[in-house]
Design a protein around this ligand. Structure first.
Ligand SMILES: [Zn+2]
Ligand SMILES: [Zn+2]
Length: 362
């Protein structure tokens, strides 16, 4: 046998187990019809879906005259005596719940020749029923009805009335109809919903927090950039300036040549741009468009901010040194104002650039 076939068989067994298991939860109601002739010689017929087939009962219909046991209404013991008319089979035994097992009652009535057994509930149970388990008494229709209905029929039979009963299959009911099952489903639904809402709230709060932090950082960087822009050299170009006379000079932002009378900003790296072009750029990026020089660092604005932060809470710093023992650069491990890695990158780029400059200067 191949491994695949074995797996298929196991799956089938598992599924059949599930079906069997769910079948144990499903119960069938019984339609119960009683008819008798009352004192006024009128035929009375009553019909209700008020019975429940026992777990081990065949789901078949049965009818006959209702007979109750003599003496003990519970029909226990090996041979309970039934007040029955031998000339008119079939008959249905009507017994009360209690004293012995369902199987014992049903088997005793079966031995006496009953076509079916109706067990009615104990006193004080109203019209409630249970799903009887009677594994030792299969092969005979057995249903359970409520105490009120059972007592009503018992009273008629004891008064000498011939009561005919017909039992038919009603409808299936599963765990979905059960109150406890409904409670369980409601609680499970509530828990899942609450967990989903909590998760959603947590995610939203986290996003809001991150967004807030990002905005705060952006605002801080912008105000730093504004401060730095205020410190940059600004001049108005004249007719005989080198920038206006030579075509090789042009603003790298708008790609246009300079004209006399235009206002330009000189960055710390000595690169020149139109004031109107470079200011929005610096507010967003804080670096020279041509050489990536970080103006915040070059003007010491970032250091000022860092110092003001370090007085509040000194950040952890990892010092990286080169073989000569000189500090190469300091990496703040927790930088509360600049979680943006791009910003660190600029600083390092700039450091590298500055060192390159120093190297070229000799
Ligand atoms: Zn320009
Ligand atoms: Zn530059």
């Amino acid at each position: 046998m191949g491994k695949k076939t074995q797996h298929c068989l196991l799956l089938l067994l598992y599924l059949s187990g599930l079906v069997h298991c769910s079948a144990a939860f499903v119960f069938w109601t019984a339609m119960v019809e009683i008819s008798y002739v009352n004192n006024n010689n009128e035929t009375v017929e009553k019909y209700c879906e008020c019975g429940v087939y026992g777990r081990n009962s065949p789901l078949e219909k049965v009818s006959g005259v209702v007979v109750v046991p003599k003496g003990d209404p519970k029909g226990c013991g090996p041979d309970p005596v039934y007040n029955r008319n031998f000339s008119s089979p079939p008959w249905i035994a009507l017994v009360k719940r209690g004293n012995c097992t369902f199987s014992e009652k049903i088997n005793a009535a079966k031995r006496q020749g009953a076509a079916g057994v109706v067990v009615y509930n104990e006193d004080g149970k109203g019209n409630t029923t249970t799903h009887m388990a009677h594994s030792d008494a299969a092969g005979i229709v057995a249903i359970m009805i409520g105490n009120t209905q059972g007592m009503e029929v018992v009273k008629l039979v004891k008064n000498g009335t011939d009561v005919n009963m017909a039992i038919e299959l009603g409808s299936p009911h599963g765990p979905w109809m059960d109150t406890y099952w409904l409670y369980f489903l409601s609680i499970a639904f509530f828990i899942v919903t609450a967990a989903s809402i909590a998760y959603f709230v947590f995610i939203s709060a986290n996003r809001l927090y991150n967004l807030n932090m990002h905005r705060r950082t952006e605002r801080k960087l912008k105000s730093e950039a504004k401060k730095a822009i205020g410190r940059l050299q600004v001049r108005t170009l004249k007719r005989d300036d080198e920038e206006t006379t030579s075509d090789s000079h042009m603003c790298a932002v708008c790609i246009e040549s300079y004209k006399a009378g235009e206002v330009v900003t000189v960055l710390t790296c000595d690169h020149i741009f139109h004031k109107a072009c470079i200011e929005p750029w610096l507010l967003e990026r804080r670096t020279c468009p041509m050489c990536k020089c970080d103006i915040l660092k070059a003007l010491g604005v970032e250091e000022e901010t860092k110092e003001s932060i370090s007085t509040d809470s000194p950040p952890d710093v990892t010092v990286i040194t080169v073989a000569g023992g000189d500090t190469l650069y300091e990496v703040p491990l927790t930088d509360p104002v600049s979680p943006d890695p791009e910003r660190h990158q600029h600083r390092y780029d700039n450091r590298a650039y500055e060192e390159d400059l120093e190297a070229t200067r000799g």
